[in-house]
Ligand binder design. Structure first.
Ligand code: DGL
Length: 298
């Protein structure tokens, strides 16, 4: 059996399971598209032995400009899909989904679906690290319109550090630029500089800028060019990964429900070829992907 046949057979097995099995399973990582790969990459560096399933809802990305109701509905479908594929723990590696859907899923849906399963987001772990990084206590957040409008960053940061001033700037063009492989063009420079200037103009004391969208690390070298000296750029991946490791220490029961063979399988709701091509830019390695439907998962 060839490598391709073997991985196709495994993909088939995973998608056919579709029951809430009690058996240990992989960790699910979800994003609207490719952005969550920047989080997955860091998680795998910190926790390499575990099994992972990545699901990108590329067919319906971007989520950043969608309403609360739609982001919640799409995210819940994806979470249900990943549960059905054997995951006990799902990471929403998407700030927009974390901002608009996580709380409702945790409070309203998990008790009904399976109170033993868990869904975690990326905003809380990012908020937790900020108190250690900023010296001026003036922090900026760059994110999608949805994340900025949700006010999730100021809310989460103020729960932990009420003294920190938080300013947000929506960057509606950044995700489309990245998704269309334009992250290294002149268009990217224009929009990166424009949005960064708008953020930093809000308060000259900002010394820390959070990349509050999992796509944005792909623009990191552009962003660094336009940021004044002394301003720290925070990419979330390493903090989310460290927080997950810590979560497993504090929750050995969940740790025991996550299998460890070092595998990672990729699923997309769009074209497999396009996913393979773009994901290899995000991950710097060749991967195999399988197309699946999530829309019917209740
Ligand atoms: N990567 C997602 C995030 O972290 C946003 C991408 C999108 O707009 O779908 O917010």
């Amino acid at each position: 059996m060839s490598e391709y046949q073997r991985s196709s057979a495994f993909f088939l097995l995973l998608t056919m399971k579709e029951n809430l099995s009690k058996a240990p399973g992989p960790i699910g990582v979800f994003d609207s598209g490719y952005g969550g790969l920047t989080i997955l990459d860091k998680i795998r560096q910190v926790l390499p032995g575990y099994d992972y399933i990545y699901l990108g809802d590329n067919a319906r990305a971007p989520y950043g400009t969608r309403s609360f109701e739609i982001v919640y509905e799409f995210t819940l479908q994806a979470v249900n899909k990943l549960f059905g594929m054997g995951c006990h723990l799902v990471i929403l590696a998407c700030n927009t989904a974390s901002a608009k859907a996580l709380r409702t899923i945790q409070i309203n849906d998990l008790p009904r679906i399976d109170p033993e399963r868990r869904v975690l987001g990326v905003i809380r772990p990012t908020a937790e690290c900020i108190g250690r990084i900023t010296r001026s206590r003036h922090v900026g957040v760059l994110a999608t319109s949805g994340t900025i409008k949700s006010e999730s960053y100021p809310v989460e940061i103020h729960k932990l550090f009420p003294d920190i001033k938080v300013y947000g700037q929506a960057c509606p063009m950044w995700v489309p630029l990245i998704e269309n492989n334009e992250a290294h063009g002149l268009g990217a420079d224009f929009f990166v500089q424009k949005d960064l200037d708008s953020l930093l103009y809000k308060d000259r004391k900002i010394d820390t800028v959070i990349l509050g969208c999992t796509h944005y690390p792909l623009l990191l070298n552009r962003i660094e060019r336009f940021v004044p000296e002394g301003v720290t750029i925070v990419s979330q991946g390493e903090y989310v990964a460290a927080s997950l490791k810590d979560y497993f220490h504090r929750h050995p029961g969940m740790d025991g429900k996550c299998t460890r063979n070092g595998t990672c399988f990729y699923f997309t709701t769009e074209s497999e070829d396009k996913f393979r091509e773009s994901a290899s830019i995000f991950l710097n390695e060749k991967i195999t992907a399988q197309r699946i439907e999530v829309a019917s998962s209740k």
